[in-house]
Write a protein that binds this ligand. Structure first.
Ligand code: ZN
Length: 681
C-alpha cells in the first residue's frame, strides 16, 4: 500500500482551534511546537461552519479573525517539515446568517423548531446543504489549501446539542419527503424500538447514510485520490478517528480500556485503515480548558500502541496558548518512544486466536467480557459485527458473542458455520433473538446453541443463584458453591444432545435474616454445552459480562474465567502477570519477530488515574516454537533475561512501569501455528 498514510507511522496532534486562535497564529511556531512532540500529522479546523481561509462561497460563513498566518502558510510550513495536515470540517451546522437565507436546510424537531446553539443552527443530512453544497465547499477548500486529508465532525444524524440536550429525530421537509417516498409513511414521533415505524426509520438511516458516504467518498477520491479520508469504513480506505474521552454525566464506572477497545475493533475489523484513537485532553465540552490526569493520557497512548494503533493527542486551542499543559510531558514521552521505535510497529498482525464480537447493543456485556479476556491474559481481537463478514476468521479458534440481541441472518449463519467447521462459540444472553430491525424472531437465529424453544425471558431475577452440581473445569470455585445472578435469564428447552450445567436457584427470601435461605433448586442451567458439526457452542442464558462490568465482583469474574479456561479450553499467557496488566501479542508479517506488549493499568484507582506502581520481577510465558535469538525490552532498552523450553518462552521483566514492549526475534518464521480449530472461509 503506497498511500502516504501507509508509508509513515503517524503521531497525530489535533489542535481544535477556536476562531480567535487564527488572530495571531504563527506557522513556524505551529511547526516547532509539533516537532517538540515529534508529531508528524496535524489536524486543524478548516471549513464548514466557519471558513478558516478566505472563501468566495456565499453559503459558507467567513471567519473574521484571519489576521495570523494563513492555513496555506501553515500547511506549507508543515510539509517542509514532513508533517502531513488533515482538514477538520464540520457540516452539521451553519451560522445564523446562512440559515436566514436558507431556512429549509435546518434540522427540525417534531414540532417544527430549529436548534440554535450559540448562533449555530443544526442542519439535516438530507437537506440541500449536506447533499449539494458541502461538496462545493470541499472543492474550494482543497483548491485553496494543500491538505492531505479530511475529517468530518458530527457527520450523520445528530439528535443532541453540545449541552447534551436531546431534540429527537429530524422532521424537516426533506426527511419527511424521503421517508414517505421510500416507505409510504410518516416519520415516527420518537425513538422507540417497540414501534415498527421507528424500526423502519433505522433502516432509512442506514440506507441514506450509506448513500451519502458513497457520494462524498467518490467525490473526493475522484478528484484528490491522495486525500486521506476519516471514518469511511465502508471503503476500507483512509483512517478511523476515534476518541478516548471523559464526560461529566457519563455513567460510572470509567472504561479504563477505552483506548484498547477503540483500537482493537478498528484494527481487527478494518486492517486496511490507520487506527487513530485520540487521547482527549479535556474533561468534557463545558471544561475544555482543563486536562484529565496525565497518567490517563499516557495509559490511553500505551493501550493504542500495544494494540496496533497510532499515537494521537487532541486539545482545544493551540499548543502555545493552552492553559493546562499538564499532559504535555506524558504525551511527549509516549510520542518520543514511538518515534524511536516506529519501525518495529510496522506490518504487524495480531496473533490472537480468540475473537470478541462487538455490536451496538449491550455494551456492558461486551465490556465485561473484554475485561475478563484482558485480566486473564487471553490474547484476543475485537471485530465489529457489521464488518465481521468481510474479514478472515482463519486464525480464530474461539468466538465470543456477548449478548448481541440484534443479528442478521447472514451473521448467524457465519457463526453457525464457524462452529460447524470445528470452532468454539461462547454466546450469552439473547444473542440473535432479534433481527437487524429489532424485530423479535420466532426462534433465535443461532442453530448451534441447541435451543429448541424459548419459554420465557424473565427480568425479575434479583436474589437468584446458580449452584454447581460438579465443579469440573471451575478451578477458582474450590471454596465457593454459588454464582450470583442478576438481570434477565432465558428459560429454554434444549435438544437432547445439549449438556446442561449448574442448576438455578430462583429468587429467594433475603430478609429478615431468619428467612434467608433457599429451599428450591430447579432444573434450569447456568450454561449449556452443545456439539455442532466438528465444533460446539457454549451458551450462557444470562449476562455475566453485564454484571461484572457494573459490579466487578470476583464471583462473576471467576465464573467467566473458568468458563473460558476450564470449559472452552482457551489458552492464557502464563507467568505471574497481575490482572491489572494487559498483554498483547503480534507478529511481523515476514515472521522475523514477535512483539509482546505489557501495559500496566494499576494507576486506575477508583475513578482516578495515578502513576502506575512499578511492578517488579514480572514473568510472562508465551508459546514460541524455537529458541529466540534475542529478547529485548524496547521501553527499558535492555536485553531481557529469558528461558526457552518445549515450545514455551519465559521472559523476565525486572521492572514494569507503565508499559514494556518486548521484541522477540527468531531466526526464521517457525512460530507455532495453532493446532486448534479453524473457521471456514
Ligand atoms: Zn431532516
Amino acid at each position: 500500500m503506497t498511500e502516504w498514510w501507509h508509508t509513515k507511522q503517524w503521531r497525530l496532534i489535533q489542535t481544535n482551534l477556536r476562531e480567535i486562535d487564527m488572530l495571531d497564529i504563527d506557522a513556524q511556531r505551529v511547526v516547532s511546537d509539533l516537532q517538540a512532540f515529534k508529531a508528524n500529522v496535524l489536524m486543524l479546523n478548516a471549513a464548514g461552519i466557519i471558513a478558516s481561509y478566505t472563501t468566495q462561497l456565499p453559503f459558507q460563513f467567513q471567519s473574521p479573525f484571519l489576521q495570523g498566518d494563513s492555513l496555506q502558510d501553515i500547511v506549507e510550513a508543515c510539509h517542509a517539515a514532513d508533517i502531513r495536515v488533515i482538514a477538520r470540517t464540520d457540516f452539521s451546522k451553519v451560522r445564523r446568517p446562512i440559515y436566514e437565507q436558507h431556512p429549509d436546510w435546518a434540522y427540525r424537531t417534531a414540532s417544527g423548531e430549529i436548534v440554535d446553539y450559540n448562533g449555530d443552527i443544526h442542519v439535516c443530512i438530507n437537506g440541500p446543504y449536506q447533499q449539494g453544497y458541502m461538496p462545493l465547499i470541499m472543492e474550494e477548500l482543497f483548491n485553496t489549501v494543500d491538505f492531505d486529508g479530511i475529517f468530518f465532525n458530527m457527520g450523520g444524524y445528530q439528535t443532541r446539542d453540545y449541552s447534551g440536550n436531546y431534540h429527537g429525530i429530524c422532521h424537516c421537509r426533506h426527511c419527511q419527503v424521503a421517508f414517505a417516498e421510500m416507505y409510504g409513511m410518516a416519520l415516527p414521533a420518537a425513538e422507540d424500538v417497540a414501534d415498527p415505524v421507528f424500526r423502519t426509520y433505522l433502516e432509512f438511516k442506514r440506507c441514506t447514510l450509506t448513500e451519502h458516504h458513497d457520494k462524498i467518498f467518490r467525490y473526493i477520491t475522484d478528484r484528490w485520490p491522495e486525500m486521506c479520508i476519516a471514518n469511511h469504513t465502508d471503503f476500507r480506505f483512509g483512517f478511523i478517528r476515534q476518541e478516548s474521552n471523559t464526560a461529566i454525566d457519563r455513567p460510572l464506572p470509567p472504561w479504563q480500556y477505552s483506548a484498547s477497545d477503540n483500537t482493537k475493533w478498528a484494527v481487527g475489523s478494518f486492517p486496511e485503515m490507520v487506527s487513530s484513537n485520540t487521547t482527549v485532553d479535556f474533561i468534557d465540552f463545558p471544561y475544555r480548558h482543563v486536562a484529565v490526569s496525565p497518567h490517563q493520557q499516557s495509559l490511553r497512548l500505551a493501550e493504542n500502541l500495544a494494540n496496533g494503533g497510532a499515537a494521537d493527542y487532541y486539545l482545544i486551542g493551540r499548543l502555545d496558548n493552552h492553559e493546562d499543559r499538564s499532559g504535555y510531558d506524558a504525551v511527549k514521552d509516549l510520542f518520543h518512544y514511538h518515534a524511536a521505535n516506529e519501525g518495529t510497529y510496522v506490518d504487524m498482525t495480531s496473533k490472537a486466536e480468540v475473537m470478541l464480537l462487538k455490536a451496538g447493543v449491550n455494551q456492558n456485556e461486551y465490556r465485561g467480557w473484554f475485561r475478563t479476556l484482558v485480566e486473564n491474559h487471553v490474547f484476543f481481537d475485537v471485530v465489529r459485527e457489521d464488518a465481521a463478514l468481510d474479514v478472515s476468521w482463519d486464525r480464530y479458534t474461539t468466538v465470543i458473542v456477548p449478548g448481541i440481541d440484534v443479528m442478521t441472518d447472514a451473521m448467524a449463519e457465519r457463526l453457525d458455520t464457524f462452529a460447524e467447521y470445528g470452532g468454539t462459540l461462547i454466546v450469552t444472553g439473547q444473542s440473535g433473538f432479534r433481527d437487524e430491525n429489532f424485530t423479535l424472531r420466532e426462534m433465535p437465529a443461532l442453530q448451534s446453541l441447541g435451543i429448541e424453544d424459548v419459554l420465557l425471558v424473565r427480568d425479575d431475577m434479583r436474589s437468584a443463584y446458580l449452584k454447581f452440581e460438579d465443579k469440573a473445569g471451575f478451578a477458582r470455585f474450590d471454596d465457593t458453591d454459588l454464582v450470583y445472578v442478576d438481570g434477565p435469564y432465558v428459560y429454554a428447552h434444549y435438544d437432547e444432545e445439549t449438556e446442561e450445567h449448574m442448576q438455578l436457584i430462583p429468587p429467594h427470601n433475603f430478609g429478615p435474616p431468619e428467612r434467608c435461605y433457599y429451599d428450591l433448586v430447579v432444573d434450569h442451567p447456568g450454561f449449556v454445552v452443545h456439539p455442532y458439526g466438528a465444533g460446539w457452542a457454549i451458551y450462557v442464558p444470562w449476562m455475566p459480562g453485564t454484571l461484572f462490568h457494573r459490579q466487578g465482583h470476583v464471583n462473576t469474574a471467576w465464573f467467566c474465567a473458568d468458563l473460558l479456561e476450564g470449559i472452552a479450553g482457551v489458552a492464557v499467557a502464563g507467568g505471574n502477570l497481575s490482572p491489572m496488566v494487559e498483554a498483547t501479542l503480534a507478529e511481523k508479517n515476514d515472521g522475523s519477530y514477535q512483539l509482546l506488549s505489557l501495559v500496566n493499568a494499576c494507576g486506575h484507582f477508583g475513578n482516578s488515574f495515578y502513576a502506575p506502581v512499578t511492578m517488579t520481577d514480572v514473568v510472562v510465558e508465551v508459546p514460541l516454537s524455537e529458541q529466540p535469538s534475542s529478547v529485548v525490552g524496547l521501553r527499558s532498552e535492555q536485553a531481557l533475561p529469558h528461558e526457552w523450553a518445549d515450545g514455551t518462552l519465559t521472559v523476565h521483566v525486572p521492572l514494569l512501569a507503565l508499559f514494556e514492549a518486548i521484541k522477540i526475534t527468531v531466526s526464521e518464521s517457525t512460530v507455532i501455528k495453532s493446532a486448534g480449530a479453524q473457521g471456514a472461509a
